[in-house]
Design a protein around this ligand. Structure first.
Ligand code: MOS
Length: 693
């Protein structure tokens, strides 16, 4: 399969088509869409972590001048489907976590709505809550599957026996904390309920998915819900599905027919309403022979979910395919706690799982007396260890070798032996990986507008990744037209069906539909179409589906400097080499890889949602106290890629790149910190207190 005989646009670093509008402030995000005489909604949130509302007094809020509606469980619309505990808000007096939505005030201004929400007086019958994840929690359970549908546990070979007879064994525990995705644009929407149906301007990674979910909740046909979402200021998984605030806005709109209801979550509200990454408690047991060949690999994870809705992060799935092992076991156990609902956060599963696995690999290299790059090369599997299928293209070893060269890995010294002034200097490495996901069901249409210009329609999203631009490049090449002649329309459920821009599947999935539509257009209308000529097509079936394991790989190298007196960790250099198939747009791709690596650094050193278990709330719930890196924390990031097309995963030859950059990074940094100091910090984040003893 090839995209087109003559590639012209794919592979060039076209500037993003939405860049100018965004830079000039002209791009309208969901909350900025123009509607007539909007009203503003401010949520009322539960102030206990578990219990029942015994009384709710709305009289003062209702008396406030400018208030149009006070909504509680006593007057909220009944939902047609209450099976999803996150969405089934205001259906009764129960409270399942602190911050849960229990009401709303809609008013003429945002300020009045907020004041009104403060005036709603709620009393509770408070129940005992539990928000603490513990490995010895007697109520841990085995979910039926882990996100999205992987087997919960796998076992192959005689694991315990292999561990007993291994020449070298690493048996360690690693933990990652609760972390919150914080896209720059908070979750926001405008809902309008009319006889003809609901219109929702929303900040989402997938307009069609939002429409389907809301239609089910409100007993509507999907075609009765129109979702419009042209510009999105980041999502990182937290906008991959609608959240309860969308339901709240549509409920309020239903009680105020014809009235546009605007809702933008505050940064603090996002910490309980927009999903987050579960904390993980991981145990890795690696057995190897004297040459460092892995004979046993066991990866167990304990993580949390909310009591009202299960989300089971696939933390140990990465260990099923990453390295060879004669015997292997992977497990997941969940604690259902009185906490907000966890969800997708950039590389759910792979991000925390790669931290545990790759850190343990570093410890195994040390125990075997092997270079950690060499250990990974020795355990690079020829075929997928889990399925036995061939790889669609696995070039991890090249990534490791090229990265080592670019980075100057040969200059690495033994742990704790390199000091420059007060700085302890160290180097670390880790592998990266992410599956090559393609979602079925995408459809695109193409219309010739005359004068050499084509309109391509697909209801996809661009959450800031460059998907819109890259899709235009793909469409241009598939039509054999210059980039400038192709106009792609996205972000609207009036456009053909598109799946979520998530799971690093956006361009692969949407692009496959665009190519199919272009081919059909040429078949039906030839090279000289009449203006108005239109063709629509679903993505073609991939003839190689099920015959290969498609996954991307990468290698990350970092240098750290640890202040010997204060424990401050700096990361002056990072090198990432990635193997993700064809790179459609080098400019936007570089940003994706780099952004992922920055986030991996953030995961290693900064991010930690601190839960006050006495009240069941994340207390550092803003960007002043939830630490992320600033520009001064990021110095030199060198990103490159192999650019080897993958002929098996999809018609583009491209594997997704949105998430791989965050995988492995934290382990590389932890390994470098050990190399600098001789100290193993296994519990993230690596804060100075863990290094100064
Ligand atoms: Mo990504 S966390 O699958 O949007």
């Amino acid at each position: 399969m090839t995209l087109t005989d003559v590639r012209r646009s794919v592979g060039t670093g076209v500037a993003r088509i939405d860049g100018e509008a965004k830079a000039l402030g002209l791009a309208r995000y969901a909350f900025e869409q123009v509607v007539e005489q909007p009203a503003y909604l401010h949520p009322v949130q539960a102030t206990v972590a578990r219990g029942r509302i015994t009384s709710i007094d709305t009289s003062d809020a209702e008396a406030l001048h400018g208030v149009k509606l006070v909504m509680t469980h006593l007057n909220a619309p009944e939902l047609a489907d209450t099976s999803d505990g996150e969405y089934a808000i205001l259906q009764g007096p129960g409270v399942a976590f602190r911050g849960q939505l229990i009401g709303a005030v809609v008013a003429e201004t945002q300020e009045i709505a907020r004041q009104g929400a403060d005036l709603v007086r709620v009393t509770y019958d408070v129940h005992r809550h539990d928000t603490r994840l513990r490995e010895d929690d007697p109520d841990l359970y085995e979910p039926d599957a882990v996100n999205p549908s992987f087997p919960t546990d796998t076992e192959e070979g005689a694991v315990e026996q292999a561990l007993r007879s291994a020449a070298v064994v690493v048996d360690q525990r690693y933990s990652t904390p609760m972390e919150h995705n914080n896209p720059m644009e908070p979750h926001s929407c405008i809902a309008v309920w009319q006889d003809s149906g609901v219109t929702l301007y929303d900040s989402t990674q997938g307009a069609h998915g939002v429409a389907s979910a809301l239609a089910g909740l409100f007993g509507l046909e999907k075609s009765d819900v129109r979702v419009i979402s042209p510009y999105v200021g980041g999502g990182f998984g937290s906008k991959g599905l609608p959240h309860a605030h969308n339901v709240l806005a549509v409920m309020a709109a239903r009680l105020l027919p014809g009235q546009a209801v605007k809702l933008a979550l505050t940064r603090q509200q996002m910490f309980s309403l927009a999903g987050y990454r579960t904390p993980t408690l991981q145990r890795l047991r690696l057995g190897a022979d004297a040459d460092g060949r892995i004979t046993a690999l066991v990866h167990d994870a304990v993580e949390q979910t909310s009591r009202i809705k299960e989300f089971a992060e696939q933390t140990t799935v990465i260990s099923r395919s990453m390295y060879t092992a004669d015997a292997r076991r992977t497990t997941h156990r969940l604690a259902a706690l009185d906490v907000p609902v966890p969800s997708w956060m950039r590389a759910p599963g792979e991000a925390p799982g790669s931290y545990g696995l790759e850190h343990a690999m570093d410890e195994l290299a040390e125990a075997c007396g092997l270079d950690p790059v060499e250990l990974r090369i020795r355990n690079d599997p020829e075929t997928d260890p889990e399925t036995g299928l061939p790889w669609s293209g696995r070039h991890l070893v090249e990534c490791l070798r090229q990265g080592a060269e670019r980075f100057g890995w040969s200059g690495r010294r033994p742990p704790g032996t390199h000091r420059e002034g007060s700085w302890l200097v160290g180097m670390g490495v880790a592998s990266s990986t992410y599956p090559a996901n393609v979602m079925p069901g995408n459809v695109a249409s193409i219309t010739y507008g005359g004068d050499g210009h084509y309109a391509v329609r697909i209801g996809a999203a661009d959450i800031g990744t460059g998907n819109w631009t890259a899709l235009t490049q793909v469409a241009a090449d598939a039509l054999g037209m210059p980039f400038e002649n192709v106009h792609v329309l996205i972000g609207d459920t009036d456009l053909p069906m598109a799946t979520v821009e998530g799971g690093s599947s956006g361009l692969s999935s949407h692009g496959s539909a665009v190519v199919a539509a272009a081919r059909k257009f040429r078949e039906e209308h030839g090279e000289s179409p009449e203006p108005g000529a239109t063709s629509q097509a679903s993505m073609a079936e991939n003839p190689d589906a099920g015959k290969y394991t498609g996954a991307s790989f990468g290698a990350q190298f970092v240098e750290v400097r640890v202040d010997a007196d204060t424990g401050e960790v700096r990361v002056p250099r990072m090198v990432g080499v990635f193997d993700c198939g064809t790179i459609v747009n080098p400019r936007t791709a570089r940003s994706q890889f780099m952004g992922g690596m920055v986030w991996g650094l953030s995961m290693a050193l900064h991010e930690h949602s601190v839960m006050d278990h006495s009240i069941g709330q994340v207390v550092n719930h803003d960007l002043a106290e939830y630490h992320i890196p600033v520009n001064a924390d990021i110095v030199d990031i060198d990103v490159s890629w192999l650019d080897i097309p993958d002929p098996h995963v999809n018609v583009l030859g491209a594997r997704g790149i949105g998430e791989i950059g965050i995988t492995g990074t934290a382990a590389a940094i932890a390994s470098a910190v050990h190399n600098a100091t001789g100290i193993r910090v296994r519990d993230l984040p690596i804060t100075p207190d863990k290094l100064v003893r």
